[in-house]
Ligand binder design. Structure first.
Ligand SMILES: [Cu+2]
Length: 236
């Protein structure tokens, strides 16, 4: 019967008409570095340690400025300033911080409050994982990790930028873990690009933070389509 077929269409239209325009959108962008960064520092002491040197053909260096041929800047942590209380960290998969060749990898990473950070020793020597958060509510940890030992798992309760992870056995080993109280952050890749996915439509201040070059902000309004926000950092 015709009437029976038509009715669901009207119902569907009614549902669509009453749905609010709340489609989440992505904030995307590219980070560019202008100018020539200072030279990276060779990890000379690493090569003086036979256990660590065995894992490198040439002396590795710091990676403070990871820059592509067109100035694409990696390792910039981009987030929504002041957005808190929105963490989905406890239901997200863990994030891995590995120790390989007597270096932390990656050296810049970001997680949510309550999200598990798994620290692994992939080396044949002992490491000592020592994190030193500054924000109250985030715990310091200082744990020896033998070769082949089980992964260590840490969580942080409070948002904090660039929590330092070091190794008390190998004083050149560092990583910096940023913690956010929401899922809306990203870290730029070697192509300089970042993406913050599924942001609800509202006005935000987007903050781009490079550990050596500091922070920049831009205000954006997210509606129902993706928003592009590019940042340019400069070394003088
Ligand atoms: Cu170590």
């Amino acid at each position: 019967m015709k009437g029976v077929k038509v009715l669901p269409v009207f119902l569907l239209l009614a549902v669509l008409a009453s749905a609010p325009l709340t489609r989440a959108a992505d904030i995307i962008g590219t980070i560019t570095l202008k100018g020539t960064p200072p030279p990276e520092v060779p990890y000379t002491p690493l090569m003086d340690n036979p256990d660590c040197a065995a894992m490198h053909k040439t002396t590795p260096t710091t990676h403070f400025y990871v820059v592509g041929p067109e100035g694409e800047l990696a390792d910039v942590v981009v987030s929504l300033k002041g957005v808190t209380g929105k963490s989905t960290g406890t239901s997200q998969p863990p994030v891995l911080l590995d120790q390989k060749g007597c270096l932390y990898t990656p050296q810049i990473l970001a997680i949510q409050t309550g999200q598990k950070l798994v620290v692994r020793n992939s080396d044949h020597c002992i490491h000592n994982v020592h994190c030193t958060p500054k924000v109250a509510g985030n715990e310091e940890h200082n744990d020896a990790q033998m070769p082949g030992a089980a992964d260590l798992t840490y969580t942080f309760a409070q948002p904090e930028m660039f929590i330092t992870f070091k190794c008390d056995v190998h004083p050149w080993m560092f990583a910096w873990v940023s913690v956010f109280d929401s899922p809306w952050f990203g870290v730029s890749g070697t192509d300089g690009k970042f993406v913050i996915k599924n942001v609800p439509p509202v006005k935000y201040t987007v903050e781009a933070n490079h550990r050596k070059l500091g922070a920049q902000t831009q205000d954006v309004e997210v509606k129902d389509s993706d928003v592009t926000v590019n940042f340019t950092f400069e070394v003088k």
